[in-house]
Ligand binder design. Structure first.
Ligand SMILES: [Zn+2]
Length: 718
């Protein structure tokens, strides 16, 4: 039946014809030393488009008609609108029956790289468009070509003249250019914008089936290129098997001249530092590759919410973790981020996600969306879920899709409506909060019966949930899974077992999107970083030079937009307030005892001239240490400690800290500083578990099969 329905659908389905794009034939001459470009652009309009249109162009570029019967008219006084560069708008009117016109322009595009900060001053660099001797970065947001206002998909055929030894990269295929110095890129499939990247690159080439794999590096490095070419081939084959044919004729890794992690159609632009980190080929890199299916293959209907980041994260980041048996850890970290950074004030439904600009938007737009696809997979099973992905890709390749199209596609595969599922997860803010009460065990004729009440305690309507429960019983190595339907505020459950149950855990593998209890997750750096109010306590007994270095670190955190960070000396404070997160700085902070007390029960001990954490000795004079506990008065707030014997390590530590958000403790060595210790405190007493014997028993979850096997791609160094 399902197949018949799909067949009918296909009959009525009219894909967007390739002839529907505005086609650009471009001759571009780049002069980096002068920040300048010269362009001749022939526009060809599709038959469906009116002969009068409005486009915007960078204000430094003055267009004139150089071919075709057309009139060009400047229609505003240089207002910029919502763009990051100055632009001007023009009306182009084609003569009767005309479909083509040629426009020429030249001028400079030079917007030097700006350094911005998010919470806790995590820095990142941006430029909306740049032609320089280091390289060229031009995107739709640079308005370096006539950008038509009606948001028409575009296709292009571009010739580029560059200084000697320079290489260009754009979307699509590089065409042969025999006997000319110009390089040529062409893409016939509908695109949202046209990119032009160029620099004096060294180029490396490989293949993956019919797809060209390319690496463009700013310094020759055969070993680095080989590493990327090797994994690219693996990934392309694996994802073609999982989702469907790769939509472009090449994939290129391009080294940028500032730190970025951008995924463009058929290439990725990574910064020089990022590209050389040993774990990137197994983390950010596959993520950017998968964007060619989701985001740059199936386009996002942004007005209805950006689903592509969450799906890409699920099929790249999560899948790699799953292959290492760490899927539950990954999901717990996502839920932890949501708990730490998102509250009633900054939450929003997935239909309103456009892109991330801080930890809260990331926790919702990436994390919650990722969990929605995980729950969808659990509901449908791996086979139907994969079938849905393949169908979504096949039907919407090079077209826009939103949550409604995703819901319809998966409903067709499932043979049942999924409206409740998608509407509760994509149009509501927040998530369920679970609780169990009155759990007890009874002996029955055939074994045992575990009964209890399952509640959802969040405000607002109850969610329709299928809650996984794991039961560990006597004489069994692994727990068994049961599902309990919870559609009201409270549901009674009754689970029969043959062997004597030892322990019960509600959703121990973090399969549901929900608001975690603090006790389900270890105290972590992200909790300390996510708090809205932070007090940094400086060590007054430290030498002036050291005190100054700590103060500078604290001040750098004040640059963030989301947290209110206050600084105080420890001799100006009588007691530590417990209505906010406290950061104690320094080995000899007057309030260190509060930290030692908060960490009682964990693998943490004072040692001669330092501390020992998880068996690792950290020395006052050599090492830097970070440890996080919870405020005893209010577990919503963290009590954190940061100390370094070497003040030169502090700036590096500040830069690295946001990347270790999920950890409870860290140790560093040297000035870089290099990480030598990281870990999470064990979670001791989750309110979502029940113990039946009085003696502690652990839940051992049976291993699960990942959505797809990734042989040879999981041995990533951390
Ligand atoms: Zn992404």
């Amino acid at each position: 039946m399902r197949h018949l329905i799909r067949f009918l659908y296909v009959l009525f389905f009219v894909p967007q014809a390739i002839g529907d794009t505005v086609h650009y034939t471009m001759d571009i001459d780049i002069q980096p030393a002068d920040h300048r470009l010269e362009a001749r652009v022939r526009l060809k309009l599709p038959p469906t488009m009116p002969a009068s249109l409005v486009f915007r162009l960078h204000a430094e570029l003055e267009p004139v008609i150089t071919g075709g019967q057309a009139i060009l008219e400047h229609i505003d006084a240089g207002e910029t609108g919502d763009s990051h560069v100055p632009t001007r708008s023009y009306r182009l009117k084609l003569g009767n029956g005309q479909r083509e016109a040629e426009i020429s322009y030249s001028g400079t595009i030079y917007h030097p790289i700006k350094n911005l900060a998010d919470n806790y001053a995590r820095r990142f660099d941006v430029s909306p468009g740049l032609i320089d001797t280091d390289g060229v970065f031009l995107a739709g947001s640079s308005y370096w070509y006539p950008v038509i206002q009606q948001e028409r998909p575009v296709s292009f055929d571009m010739s580029i003249s560059l200084p000697e030894k320079w290489h260009s990269v754009s979307q699509g295929r590089r065409a042969d250019t025999h006997n000319t110095a110009a390089q040529r890129w062409t893409e016939q499939h509908p695109q949202n914008q046209i990119y032009l990247i160029a620099a004096p690159f060294t180029e490396y080439k490989g293949t993956a089936g019919t797809v060209d794999t390319l690496v463009f590096l700013r310094q020759p490095d055969q070993a680095l290129a080989d590493r990327y070419l090797g994994v690219t081939e693996h990934y392309l084959q694996m994802y073609e098997g999982l989702i469907g044919e790769y939509p472009y004729s090449k994939f290129a890794l391009v080294e940028n001249f500032w730190e970025t992690g951008y995924g463009m159609p058929s290439f990725t632009l990574l910064g020089p530092r990022v590209i050389r980190l040993p774990f990137i080929p197994y983390t950010s890199y596959p993520h950017e590759i998968v964007h060619n299916w989701w985001g740059n293959g199936v386009y996002v209907d942004y007005a209805n919410g950006n689903w592509s980041e969450g799906l890409t994260s699920y099929l790249a980041d999560h899948l790699l973790k799953e292959n290492r048996g760490e899927g539950a850890d990954y999901r717990r970290a996502a839920l932890q981020k949501y708990a730490d950074f998102v509250d009633g004030n900054n939450d929003f439904p997935l239909t309103e996600f456009r892109g991330r600009h801080n930890s809260a938007t990331e926790a919702v737009g990436y994390g919650k969306t990722m969990m929605v696809f995980h729950m969808l997979r659990r509901m449908l099973g791996d086979e139907q879920f994969t079938e849905g992905l393949r169908l979504l890709y096949a039907d919407y390749r090079f077209r826009n899709a939103g949550w409604a199209e995703i819901a319809r596609t998966f409903a067709r595969v499932a043979g049942q409506p999924l409206d409740t599922f998608f509407s509760q997860w994509t149009t509501r803010t927040g998530g369920p909060r679970l609780q169990i009460t009155e759990v007890s065990v009874d002996k029955t004729a055939s074994g045992y019966r575990v009964t209890g009440l399952l509640h959802q305690t969040q405000s607002g309507r109850p969610y329709a949930l299928s809650v996984p429960i794991a039961l560990q019983s006597e004489g069994h190595e692994q727990a068994v899974w049961r599902e309990v339907k919870l559609t009201q505020e409270t549901s009674e459950f009754s689970l029969a077992l043959h062997a004597r149950p030892l322990r019960l855990a509600v959703d121990p593998a973090f399969d549901l999107f929900r608001r975690l209890h603090r006790q389900e997750v270890p105290p972590a750096i992200s909790q300390a970083m996510g708090d809205k109010k932070v007090l940094v306590v400086l060590p007054s007994s430290a030498p002036e030079r050291v005190l100054t270095a700590y103060r500078q670190l604290g001040k750098s955190w004040q640059g963030g937009r989301d947290s209110d960070v206050e600084l105080i000396r420890d001799d100006e404070l009588v007691t530590l307030p417990d209505d906010r997160t406290i950061w104690l700085f320094g080995w000899n902070n007057r309030f260190r005892k509060a930290m030692d007390k908060a960490l009682e029960g964990y693998d943490y001990a004072l040692a001669d001239g330092g501390v020992t954490i998880d068996g690792q000795a950290l020395d006052q004079s050599e090492h830097a240490v970070v440890a996080v506990a919870r405020q005893s008065g209010d577990s919503e707030h963290a009590l954190a400690w940061l100390a370094s014997g070497n003040t030169a390590a502090l700036p590096g530590l500040a830069r690295k800290l946001p990347h270790y958000g999920k950890y409870s403790y860290l140790g560093f060595d040297g000035e870089a500083p290099d990480n030598i210790l990281k870990g999470q405190w064990p979670t001791v007493s989750s309110p979502l578990t029940a113990e039946f014997t009085g003696s502690p028993a652990t839940i051992v979850l049976p291993p699960r099969k990942p959505l797809a096997q990734m042989p040879g791609l999981t041995a990533a160094p951390e």
